[in-house]
Design a protein around this ligand. Structure first.
Ligand code: TXA
Ligand code: MG
Length: 320
């Protein structure tokens, strides 16, 4: 018999080496990976078959750990004191020099962060010493898992470590509250209601009307995702897709994929989609600072992670 402590230590080691570990939280089971590691985050999207790079929630063991990554204002400190550990996610500005992956926040300058209440989640966070990105541990568009068996059934061998902590207490995702703007706004209704938050803040909280989230829709939970409201990172430089290296115009730079010549940057010279996903947002940011007249992008095959990569590139190529 492997002791619970040994299982946690082993899972923490797996996370440190870029692996995925599903773990229980008080809301739903999460599919965890190091939030510092772009490649590990790419593996989450791959395992879930998410067709889009939505920003993910970063889990930390306490408010001090959160403060290393994001800027907490007075409202955030009050809410954290009242509800953390617990099912409240706060969207806050990234700290300057923050080491979190750009893929985890989909290139945004804000980060969604929370301290989960489940003891196994907290032990794993402490043992790994890592901030952990963790969306629900199910394939995209299916019901969120509230038992370890649900995770096995949905993800199978795409996740090689599942910590079993029994049934989740809430069975409903955390409430996502945006504090990056003057008016606190609920982006995703969840385990905590507006009244709970208003009682602590002493001011009204807005509730945004977003689009139904794929996973939540399937569960009938009525959760909404801020997908359509999110100001996703978009480069200021015009983006042109499926560009042939020979077609570059004066002032244009090439973002390559695969063995192409003349690329200013290459998402993955060996044509690896996981590597390309990991590099995508950092590459767009970097090319956007060059003052080029355009960013031409090599074709990326629309299979596996390439679906989400192409979705992101199409949005980047759509004028505002
Ligand atoms: O209960 C939960 O929150 C579960 C458990 C595992 O902790 N996790 C979860 O994570 O639901 P995830 O990554 O699937 O939730 C992401 C939600 C989405 O609605 C996303 O749009 C929003 O958080 N979000 C993430 N980063 C954001 C940001 N920077 N700005 C606005 N919304 C953000
Ligand atoms: Mg989900």
């Amino acid at each position: 018999m492997v002791s619970p402590e040994a299982r946690i230590r082993e899972a923490a080691e797996h996370l440190r080496s870029g692996g995925l570990v599903a773990f229980p939280t008080e809301t739903v089971y999460g599919l965890g990976a190091s939030a510092l590691d772009d490649r590990a985050i790419a593996r989450i999207f791959e395992a879930k078959e998410r067709p889009r790079f939505n920003p993910l929630i970063v889990h930390v063991p306490d408010v001090e750990a959160a403060a290393a990554h994001v800027l907490l204002d007075e409202r955030a400190h009050r809410l954290a004191a009242a509800f953390w550990p617990g099912p409240l996610t706060l969207v806050l500005p990234r700290r300057a020099g923050c080491r979190l992956s750009h893929l985890v926040s989909a290139g945004l300058d804000t980060v969604a962060i929370r301290v989960p209440a489940h003891p196994l989640a907290l032990e794993l966070l402490r043992a790994s010493g890592l901030p952990l990105a963790a969306p629900s541990a199910n394939r995209s568009g299916t019901i969120s898992p509230t038992l370890a068996e649900h995770v096995h059934a949905s993800l199978g061998d795409r996740v090689d470590r599942v910590l079993d902590g029994g049934p989740c207490a809430f069975g409903l995702e955390s409430t996502v509250l945006d504090l990056s703007t003057p008016v606190a706004t609920i982006l995703r209704p969840g385990a905590l209601g507006p009244e709970d938050l208003e009682a602590v803040l002493g001011t009204p909280v807005e509730v945004s009307a977003g689009h139904a989230d794929g996973d939540a829709e399937a569960s009938g939970a009525g959760l909404r995702s801020p997908g359509c409201l999110l100001r996703h990172y978009a480069p200021r430089t015009p983006v042109r897709l499926n560009a042939d290296p020979g077609s570059l115009t004066a002032g244009e730079v090439l973002l390559g994929f695969g063995p192409v010549k003349g690329a200013a940057l290459n998402l993955s010279p060996r044509g690896d989609l996981r590597e390309a996903a990991a590099n995508l947002f950092a590459a767009l940011h970097a090319l956007d600072t060059l003052g080029a007249t355009g960013i031409a992008v090599s074709p990326v095959p629309a299979e596996g992670l390439g679906v989400a990569i192409n979705d992101r590139l199409r949005r980047a190529a759509t004028p505002p």
